[in-house]
Design a protein around this ligand. Structure first.
Ligand code: 2P0
Length: 352
């Protein structure tokens, strides 16, 4: 038939999300089920995003392929990518089984081409945007009717944090309780329009690949840190409630304090791991001190830092404090001669 000869194609982008309550630790390493809920802010795709095209054709060579930033990837050895693709294929297959007039896309090899506009694996949530874009692109290619929340179950299996990049605004990933992970899903807590003044300043202090990959680092923490269980069981549930209330009330000082404290607690569990894991460096710590200095000098909390599994900082603030926060941070850290290894660049992002 004509459709079996042709190439079917869908292109999409997915945004980066930056957690304010951090995901760190799995209770199931195959399904990527977390030990604690997390909450993130989705950044504008004008700043950081993954662009992905998924296509399929009966004429393609038999194996699915994935190309990332111009380099072919070994997907046959990537259980996570294979899990995402087989879940998506099964959903397409059930559509085809129900409607014989649909082209049999599920039987065709897939070709996925993906590109980040920012450094990969430098602690800038590249796997989050990457797997979210992969899932969205293939779901579009297959015309799947599933909601973003339902697709988050699939993206989660690619990379935990990816489930939060299928939605905009303020997004919670609930741990869920079921062993099969069917209730471990992301959901929008508030749309970007609820708090449109929110801004993020992304400070790239190093675009190097991080020392300890997240997947490995969090397992070391789960297995060796005594602080970890306390954070997961007691600290995070309280903070999830508190930050959701802060978002609801658009209470920036509250939002900021919880964000900074949770970043610090996460990095404390890394330091408490054995052997200890260091993601922040001297430059990161200079950014921490500067944010506290700015807040103290202004006499109210106008800025909040957060750090992921790498030294780069993200600083949240409100648009009215742009000059005060972004201006000061760029002037002081951008001119720093003691700690920077470069490249130093910054991106201003709206929530979107
Ligand atoms: C987060 N991070 O909530 C936390 C904060 C890093 C620090 O999610 O093993 O790449 O693929 O599920 O999602 C990084 O972990 O880990 C991460 P996997 P992922 O954003």
């Amino acid at each position: 038939s004509a459709s079996s000869q042709s190439v079917h194609r869908a292109t999409t982008t997915a945004p980066v999300n930056i957690a304010v309550i951090k995901y760190w630790g799995k209770r199931d390493t195959t399904l990527n089920l977390p030990t604690n809920s997390s909450l993130s802010v989705t950044l504008s795709q004008r700043s950081l995003r993954t662009l992905t095209t998924a296509s399929c054709s009966a004429n393609y060579p038999a194996e699915d392929t994935l190309n990332l930033n111009g380099k072919p990837q070994e997907i046959q050895s990537s259980k996570r990518t294979l899990a995402c693709l087989s879940n998506l294929r099964a959903l397409r297959k059930s559509l085809e089984d129900a409607d014989a007039s649909l082209p049999k896309l599920s039987a065709m090899p897939l070709r996925i081409v993906s590109e980040n506009n920012f450094p990969t694996a430098a602690g800038l949530a590249s796997s989050a945007a990457g797997f979210a874009a992969l899932v969205r692109a293939v779901a579009d290619l297959y015309s799947l009717p599933q909601s973003p929340k339902e697709l988050s179950r699939i993206a989660r299996q690619g990379s935990g944090s990816a489930c939060r990049s299928l939605m905009g605004g303020y997004v919670a990933w609930r741990t869920g309780e079921l062993a099969d992970g069917s209730d471990s899903l992301a959901e929008e807590v508030a749309p970007a329009a609820h708090w449109p003044e929110m801004r993020a300043l992304v400070l790239v202090v190093s675009a190097e690949k991080k020392d300890v990959p997240s997947t490995e680092g969090m397992q070391t923490t789960v297995n060796t840190s005594e602080l970890f269980a306390h954070r997961a069981k007691t600290v995070v549930p309280e903070r999830m409630n508190a930050i959701e209330a802060a978002i609801r009330d658009r209470d920036f000082p509250k939002f900021a304090e919880i964000t900074m404290r949770d970043s610090n607690t996460f990095h404390a569990t890394c330091l408490d791991s054995w052997p200890p894991i260091f993601y922040m460096n001297d430059v990161s710590r200079a950014a921490v001190r500067l944010v506290h200095d700015i807040n103290q000098a202004v006499g109210r909390t106008v800025a909040a830092y957060t750090f992921d599994a790498g030294p780069n900082a993200v600083i949240y603030y409100e648009e009215k404090d742009e000059e005060l926060v972004a201006g000061t941070v760029k002037a002081i850290l951008g001119a720093d001669t003691t700690g920077w290894e470069g490249p130093f660049y910054e991106k201003l992002a709206n929530v979107s």
